[in-house]
Ligand binder design. Structure first.
Ligand code: SF4
Length: 361
């Protein structure tokens, strides 16, 4: 099957770009500036120092939207260079950016990032990539585990952003993929990224060396329609998945967040059928299943961002799970999980027999 990219269905143009002085000096920062110019982004403000202006505004809707439409090109503090484990996805978290221009009403970033929801692109990419050697062979999420040790040392690039949402403006994911493909590593490695976008044209011809697994975050049609504002339509994501698989990438599905909406079996079955039809024979495919959950903090932030949401975040319908350090999260009750999990395991095995189910949570 030849890899042909579907036309991108949605390309973000930020209304405002803020560039710190240190970011403008970095090679990746300069590459991003050239791309922004080529993309016709005209409101680019070069700051005299490294401090971003306050974007809090009055805390109202207009301030929220202004922040969502702002991209900041920054150099993060040196502490960010020390990579952190990111279970259950990967050994290490590797951030290209923080924030996302889309408007998913369940967005997991609501519970993890604080402050106005601007998208910060990190300009120190080259230095970060140069520092990865020391992590190879270390890590406890996939490295050395019986189930996933074959993946090598894994690096997850989409913990705090959607890399493909920004790729046309930054080229950062392509730089990472090329580095992972070409670098002489001391052991097996894998870069991982997941996305709700479909602009994969610039990724198809890269020398990825099979060391990047591109996953597409997919959901039942009614969940995507109601709750995933500003993303590429599911059909576009599936076409992009087929294109990158045809280009030889290992690929994956991130089925998230799974919700037992009315008719969920039919909707998720149709989704898996559409994926099966899009994949070339012999595709290296993984599946990750994440059920919907929320925390007190993420619920408060999401209701602030999307006050009219119809997303179910009712504690009385959920089971409370307590993590270490007393953190609380509200997940589906045991009976719901007992219905969902075996159904998904069987449906994936039936529709996508070549897939490896990495985890259910
Ligand atoms: Fe959040 Fe991902 Fe949606 Fe972006 S695409 S708004 S990161 S859930």
């Amino acid at each position: 099957m030849t890899a042909i990219a579907p036309p991108p269905s949605r390309l973000w143009t930020p209304e405002r770009v803020l560039v710190t002085r240190s970011a403008a000096e970095r090679p990746h920062g300069q590459r991003v500036l050239r791309r922004l110019e080529a993309a016709g982004v005209d409101r680019v403000e070069l700051l005299p120092g490294d401090r971003l202006p306050s974007l809090r505004g009055d805390g109202g809707r207009a301030a929220f939207m202004a922040a969502k439409n702002t991209l900041a090109l920054v150099v993060p503090p040196p502490s960010k260079r020390r990579l952190q484990p990111i279970p259950p996805s990967a050994d290490w978290r590797l951030d290209l950016a923080e924030g996302c221009p889309a408007h998913c009403q369940y967005c997991y970033l609501a519970g993890s990032l604080s402050g106005p929801p601007i998208t910060r692109v990190f300009a120190d990419l080259d230095e970060v990539l140069d520092g990865l050697d020391g992590y190879v062979g270390r890590g406890a999420v996939t490295s050395g585990t019986p189930e996933r040790g074959g993946e090598g040392t894994t690096f997850e690039a989409s913990c705090y952003t959607d890399p493909l949402a920004l790729e046309h403006l930054t080229g950062g994911l392509a730089t990472m993929i090329t580095h992972f493909g070409a670098h002489a590593w001391s052991g097996p490695v894998q870069l991982r990224a997941t996305t709700k976008f479909d602009d994969v044209a610039d990724l198809l011809d890269l020398s990825h060396g099979g060391r990047t697994r591109l996953r597409f975050s997919l959901n039942a049609a009614s969940v995507a329609r109601r709750f995933e504002g500003g993303t590429s339509p599911v059909a576009g994501r599936i076409a992009a998945l087929g294109a990158v698989a045809a280009a030889g990438y290992p690929v994956g599905l991130t089925l998230a967040p799974i919700m037992p909406v009315d008719g969920w079996r039919e909707e998720y079955r149709a989704l898996l059928d559409a994926v099966a039809a899009a994949l070339p024979a012999g595709t290296d495919l993984t599946v990750e299943c994440i059920t919907h959950r929320f925390t007190p903090g993420s619920k408060a932030t999401l209701l602030d961002w999307y006050p009219r949401t119809r997303l179910e975040m009712d504690e009385s319908l959920r089971t409370t799970k307590r993590g270490r350090f007393g953190s609380v999260k509200h997940v589906y009750p045991r009976e719901t999980m007992a219905e969902l999990r075996p159904w998904f395991e069987a449906a994936v095995a039936d529709r996508l027999p070549q897939a490896r189910l990495l985890y259910w949570t």
